[in-house]
Design a protein around this ligand. Sequence first.
Ligand code: SF4
Ligand code: SF4
Length: 305
Amino acid sequence: MFDRRKFLKLAAALAAAFGTKGLSQPARAALNDIDPRTVPKLLYLQGLSCTGCSISLLQADSPSPLSMITDYSQLVFHTDLSATSGAQAMELINSFIDGQAGDYVLAIEGAIPAGMPEACIIDHKPFADYLERAARTMSGAVAIGSCACDGGIPAAEGNPTGAVGLAEFYRNRNINQPVINIRGCPVHPDWVWHTITHLVLVGNPNLVNGSPRVFFERRLHELCPRYYDFQEEIFAEKLGDRGCLFRLGCLGPITFADCPTRWWNGGRTWCVDTNAPCIGCASPKFARQKDLPFYRLSEGKGRNS
Ligand code: SF4
Ligand code: SF4
């Protein structure tokens, strides 16, 4: 149960996050309880994205999405969640991007169409323009999901937009801006919220290949409960069979993520547990090459061309 004080604090924080107006005076006062020195502002923008990562983030258990935007961060703007829109939204975004250096963390979902800037426009300007300006003022950058990290599905072979991830975008422009990569399609809510919590309470997390080591250090295959089947060569021949899914295209052997120990959907299930091969959604190469099993029509029927 919420007491009055908690309710007001929550209402104030949600109003701050969603950009609603008309707060009561007590609610405004409660907003002051959020210590701006310890709780960073989070500016969340989207490029070439399906919004799947945002949907996934809202399924978080611990901390809850509510707690993340009240106790652990101030979500100042989110493309989908904020009620603020139009000129008011642009004023808010530009006030951070062109504002005081070190005032906010930039979270990006979706790829950047580096070869076709007009494929992603915000207020008549290319998305890329905002990213270049933000590099001068943000205190840190977090790429959320495989598209923001490496281009993902928008960077699939044949796509004319020249989609890239945030780190490559900055590298190609000789902008020295470190990026924390949190891969996945969609991303696991724990991977994102726990990373942001770590950023707030401790500082930069320990990284491996640009990603938080605690989630992405181990090869998925070695953590998989069917690893014994793999070693004993007990292979599933069709979807639904028990046994290792390697012959059905499982990419666990080349994917680094802790899905087999973390599980998904509040710990209820994960891909292999539902007899679905891992499609390597947390791999930097995810969806980018035609010869990966993701593109296979079915075993024995050839591949997409
Ligand atoms: S199901 Fe996939 S991840 Fe699990 S042991 Fe087989 S190949 Fe490895
Ligand atoms: S098991 Fe593989 S496909 Fe499934 S969520 Fe994990 S990395 Fe992605």
